[in-house]
Design a binder for this molecule. Structure first.
Ligand SMILES: Cc1cc2nc3c(=O)[nH]c(=O)nc-3n(C[C@H](O)[C@H](O)[C@H](O)COP(=O)(O)OP(=O)(O)OC[C@H]3O[C@@H](n4cnc5c(N)ncnc54)[C@H](O)[C@@H]3O)c2cc1C
Length: 394
């Protein structure tokens, strides 16, 4: 495969950079929020997404008859990574997860209702798969979806629903057919977040960002808002997770952190000796640089495989990328803390601290990335079983 961008792709990347120079102001772009910078949680960040929409940069890969431009995935990739590099909100959830799943499996009504809103940056989603007894084992979700006249009644609880406190719609999996096998008994629904039967409670993460518990009390969902077919929800969720592992775990933030670390190591002095002269420091930075480049190339491999299998997201490549990229992010964060020495304990955004105090938040937040979207162990299981054909041993 060719790892170089074509002249047209490079021109697009330059356009994106010029756009970001103009619009990625501090109120919308903040690399210190680490991967959580991707969420669209303030009016200013919504305004920024609107500007992206006006440029025609949302849904570039979607079919033309659904408002897209049928461009290759590399364009969305270039855009998303450029956004991540600046700590700006990203296109992953609406365009990449909900939009792409609706295009493949949604009814005409859901496509008509949601796709234009996604393209115009008029809707934000929260994604609800995890429950107290269903994290890694997502197929164990127990939120109850009971068939009633004209729709469904949902009762139970979700946890870890990021964005639930500001999103407009909830993309939520529930057990519609308890008599069927665990994977075949799940259906996927779209629920308005302002439904009176939903109660959202905050959960604060180690990375100072908010996620949520959501409680359902007789939440009625009309039949029209069942996504695809009854009982096929887990298949759609699995596909959507492959997209999530790629689109929501960007590598550019890691690359940018590494550059900040290299900049620091260039001038910092420890015990009277420049850090840059320490062979251990040099070796560690060289290793991290190599690993960050490997993460980038694994991302390009995913894109290449996605093209070959005609739109169905490639599961193994998504897991390989997510596993490696998030672990490298953690290693870079660990190196930031180690090389900053005692000053690495300053809080993020402390201006006099090394690297603006980024070691603190990078260290705390990068823990989360190896858990959200499927923990590293789960990615290893997928690679072992689906990639290498090894037997299931549990
Ligand atoms: C900040 C944050 C935001 C999140 N946002 C969302 C969201 O918006 N929507 C949503 O639905 N979910 C969200 N999640 C949930 C996330 O997907 C789960 O936390 C994740 O899937 C792990 O599930 P768990 O926390 O229940 O851990 P568990 O599944 O209990 O796992 C605990 C440990 O056991 C290991 N383990 C589990 N099963 C196996 C196995 N079979 N083999 C080997 N090791 C195993 C895991 O790797 C992990 O180390 C979020 C999580 C976090 C931390």
């Amino acid at each position: 495969m060719d790892f170089e961008f074509s002249a047209e792709e490079q021109a697009f990347a330059a356009d994106v950079e010029a756009f970001l120079d103009e619009h990625a102001t501090p109120d919308v772009a903040d690399v210190c929020r680490e991967n959580m910078a991707q969420i669209v949680d303030t009016p200013e960040r919504r305004g920024f997404m609107k500007k992206l929409a006006e440029r025609g940069w949302l849904g570039m890969t979607w079919p033309k008859d659904l408002g897209g431009q049928e461009k290759p995935g590399i364009y969305e990739y270039i855009l998303n990574e450029a956004l991540a590099r600046r700590g700006a909100p990203q296109i992953g959830k609406g365009v990449g997860i909900i939009g792409k799943t609706l295009i493949r499996h949604g009814s005409q009504k859901l496509k008509d209702e949601f796709l234009p809103k996604i393209l115009n940056a008029e809707v934000e989603f929260a994604v609800g798969y995890s429950e107290p007894q269903a994290g890694s084992d997502a197929a164990n979700m127990q939120l109850k979806a009971e068939k009633v006249d004209g729709g469904w009644k949902l009762n139970g609880q979700k946890i870890w629903t990021t964005s639930a406190h500001f999103a407009d719609w909830y993309w939520v999996g529930a057990r519609s057919d308890p008599d069927k096998s665990k994977h075949d008994g799940i259906s996927l629904f779209l629920v308005p977040m302002d439904h009176p039967g939903l109660e959202v409670r905050a959960t604060w993460t180690i990375g100072d960002e908010r996620t949520n518990e959501v409680f359902f009390d007789d939440v009625f969902v009309p039949d029209d808002y069942l996504v695809g077919e009854r009982g096929r929800g887990f298949r759609y969720i699995s596909e959507a997770l492959d997209l999530e592992r790629f689109t929501m775990f960007t590598y550019a933030n890691t690359e940018q952190k590494l550059e900040e670390l290299v900049e620091y190591a260039r001038d910092a002095v420890r015990d009277g000796r420049p850090l840059r002269e320490d062979p251990h420091v040099r070796q560690r930075i060289a290793q991290l640089t190599t690993q960050t480049e490997v993460a980038r190339v694994l991302g390009l491999r995913f894109l290449d495989a996605a093209r070959q299998v005609d739109a169905k997201p490639p599961t193994v490549q998504a897991s390989e990328y997510k596993l490696f990229a998030t672990q490298v992010s953690q290693r870079v964060a660990n190196a930031m803390v180690d090389l900053a020495g005692i000053d690495g304990q300053y809080r993020v955004q402390t201006q006099e601290a090394p690297m603006r105090g980024r070691p603190d938040m990078a260290y705390r937040y990068s823990v989360i990335d190896t858990i959200g979207g499927g923990a590293s162990e789960i990615q290893k299981n997928i690679i072992a079983r689906r990639g290498l054909g090894l037997p299931k041993n549990f």
